[in-house]
Design a protein around this ligand. Structure first.
Ligand code: DON
Length: 313
């Protein structure tokens, strides 16, 4: 079925979303990862990619930023393909935690079960399940999955990786807690190393929108035509995003935007309208929940203008 929008309408929605976002202020760059604190807070970009492979962009849409937590979606997709959704759900869980993305309390209350693959604990546990003979082979599979979603070879930023690997003390504690509870399925330091690398690749909003459009298009990349993951897993991934994609603001995002989303502390944000398109935003200043202030505003504006809310018949 053709999309119910003209190219003009899509470009106009991107421009409106961009101007609405520009008028928003507040928030601040993540500071617990030194690299992120140094990124220009005035950078701002929005891109839409449709399931028929058309791109509409505004702002710094070629600027490459750290993928951070948005990477959790793609490692989840890889592992779901490798072990199947029932096994992954049993091992990691599929429920919102209602707590911050790096909460140790959430992990303790659930007796060491991460609950969601989209919080740090669940993402480290998910990374520990990636198959491969060596840590490097497992890392290469993650990078290849991110690249297949983006439709180009993504690269690890050694600067970002270095910045994170040398400061990720809180995540080290989480990795050991998982291991002691039996929910880290490889050596915890190896799992954390891979997880930290997966957060340190560089993407633009245009890459991110292609990644999201692949999910919107039943796992088939609309630009390359490649089936990246099994179509049967997409609904589970989107459900996880709806439940936990914006952490403690996931409920607010479902209530106001009504789309599965995912944010990262690098300032990126993704929302997926199944069967239609994906919206990617980028702006470094974050709110108290760890979500881009301007990115959320742009996504909300575009979703409203194009009437994308899944809960509206
Ligand atoms: O592990 C971390 O804390 C970061 N590498 C990623 C966290 C993140 O992006 C949470 N998102 N809002």
């Amino acid at each position: 079925m053709p999309l119910p929008y003209t190219a003009k309408q899509l470009q106009a929605a991107v421009h409106t979303g961009f101007s609405v976002a520009l008028k928003c202020s507040g928030g601040s760059n993540a500071s617990y990862i030194p690299y992120l604190a140094s990124v220009d807070p005035n950078l701002i970009a929005v891109t839409i990619v449709t399931v028929d492979g058309n791109t509409f962009a505004a702002g710094d849409s070629q600027y490459q930023f750290a993928i951070e937590s948005i990477s959790k979606v793609f490692t989840l997709a890889l592992v779901m393909d490798q072990v199947g959704s029932p096994a992954l759900r049993a091992k990691v869980g599929a429920n919102p935690t209602g707590m911050p993305f790096n909460s140790v309390m959430a992990l303790e209350l659930a007796k060491g079960k991460p609950m969601s693959p989209l919080v740090n604990a669940g993402a480290i546990s998910t990374a520990s399940l990636v198959s491969g003979k060596t840590p490097d082979e497992r890392w290469q599979k993650i990078l290849a999955t991110q690249s297949a979603f983006a439709g180009r070879d993504l690269v690890l930023s050694s600067e970002i990786n270095q910045s994170e690997q040398t400061t990720n003390f809180h995540n080290r504690a989480i990795a050991w807690l998982l291991y002691s509870a039996g929910t880290c399925y490889s050596d915890p330091i190896e799992a954390l190393d891979i997880y930290t690398r997966q957060c340190s690749t560089l993407i633009s909003t245009t890459d991110l929108a292609v990644m999201g459009a692949t999910l919107a298009n039943k796992g088939k990349n609309p630009i390359t035509g490649k089936q990246v993951i099994g179509a049967e897993n997409v609904r589970h991934i989107l459900a996880e995003m709806m439940m936990e994609g914006l952490y403690t603001a996931s409920g607010d995002f479902a209530y106001t935007v009504g789309l599965p989303g995912k944010s990262g502390v690098g300032g990126g944000i993704l929302a997926v309208a199944p069967g239609k398109l994906a919206i990617a935003g980028f702006s470094p200043p974050l709110d108290a929940n760890g979500n881009s202030v301007r990115g959320q505003a742009a996504v909300k504006s575009i979703a409203e203008e194009l009437k994308l809310n899944l809960f509206e018949a």
